[in-house]
Ligand binder design. Structure first.
Ligand code: ADP
Ligand code: RBF
Ligand code: MG
Length: 309
């Protein structure tokens, strides 16, 4: 997938562009349905499939003091969109100036004049333009005026309710990563670089943990999880601990992954962690011995969940 980091002036023209528009945080099953329709229509009319998205997320730009809430950093969002077969991602820098475009200016100047869009697929609750004034009915009006088709894609429902990024965020915050995975069509994940901790995992406990430095995104509720870890394009079963290591009176929050049947120095490497199921809360033990006994139980439980030996 080609990524264009510009709001306009793309320096290229597109062929029969079929486009979708949105933040796509999480790239969940609802988004996936939209991308599929974009891909199919583009194929049908011999056009380019395009996802138009924004970075930073509009809420981050408008309320920078808000705590991290995104499910995915932009690079992961784009990677997943690319995996779904979209050919071009336009990633517009979401600036004050951009936020001030009216719905009409955005559609006329960018979608119509700059891209020459032929067909737009959007979710039913999509908004765009200054103060989120643009809606699906308004987009349809513009479509008639500027000569492009608009398709409102039906939302995907799971367990009797529509899937949305905010519904998934709630589940992840509550530690219900299994529930979140149902709506995402994949496991919730974190991505980061392996950094140094106190070196205690291997020396004191016999359970080395790769400590991660991640982008500022929403973390699952602190606790112990069964996870899959992807390192160097290989998947490994693992257990993760998100918390403060209260047994050792650490002050800092850490994200740590003990990979099963693995013994390599991977400091500085990148890891992707897929959260499969939450096992328990972090506990303050009386000492390392008790913690080791519990970690052994966690590992046994994770093996059952991940169906590995
Ligand atoms: P630190 O406090 O720096 O995280 P640890 O004692 O927890 O130190 O050891 C973690 C390091 O050991 C990892 O960063 C990695 O390089 C290495 N390592 C070796 N085997 C494993 C394993 N099975 N799981 C995780 N990390 C491992
Ligand atoms: N630390 C705690 O203080 N309490 C816990 O309940 C706890 N559970 C853990 C479970 C697993 C599976 C792993 C890998 C680690 C856990 N830790 C816990 C973190 C441990 O204290 C930490 O990995 C070491 O201190 C090294 O940083
Ligand atoms: Mg560690």
């Amino acid at each position: 997938m080609k990524v264009i980091w510009k709001a306009k002036d793309f320096g290229q023209s597109f062929k029969n562009p079929v486009l979708t528009l949105g933040n796509f945080d999480g790239v969940h099953l609802g988004h996936q349905r939209i991308f599929k329709q974009v891909r199919e229509k583009a194929k049908e009319i011999g056009g380019d499939s395009i996802a138009y998205t924004f970075e930073p997320h509009p809420v981050q730009m408008l309320k920078p003091e808000r705590e991290p809430f995104l499910l995915l950093p932009i690079a992961e969002r784009l990677r997943l969109i690319g995996e779904l077969g979209i050919e071009v991602a336009i990633c517009a820098p979401f600036t004050r100036e951009f936020a001030n475009l009216t719905a009409e200016e955005f559609v006329r100047d960018i979608l119509h004049e700059q891209i020459g869009v032929r067909e737009v697929f959007v979710g039913q609750n999509t908004t765009f333009g200054r103060n989120r004034e643009g809606s699906v009915p308004l987009l349809k009006e513009f479509g008639q005026r500027f000569g492009f088709a608009v398709e409102a894609v039906e939302a995907v429902e799971v367990r009797g309710a529509v899937i949305s990024s905010s519904r998934i965020r709630k589940l992840v915050r509550a530690g219900d990563v299994k529930g979140a995975a149902e709506l995402l069509g994949r496991y919730p994940l974190l991505f980061g670089e392996v950094i140094h901790g106190h070196g205690r995992g291997s020396k004191k406990l016999g359970f080395p943990t790769a400590n991660l430095k991640t982008a500022s995104v929403l973390f699952p509720k602190p606790g112990i999880y069964a996870v899959w870890t992807i390192h160097d394009a290989q998947r490994y079963p693992a257990v993760a601990n998100l918390g403060w290591n209260p047994t050792f009176h650490d002050r800092n929050f850490s994200i740590e992954v003990h990979i099963l049947h693995f013994d390599k120095d991977i400091y500085g490497h990148l890891l992707r962690v897929e959260f499969v199921e939450r096992l328990r809360d972090e506990v303050t033990f009386r000492g390392p011995e008790e913690l080791i006994t519990q970690i052994k139980k966690d590992v046994a439980q994770a093996k059952k969940i991940l169906k590995v030996d």
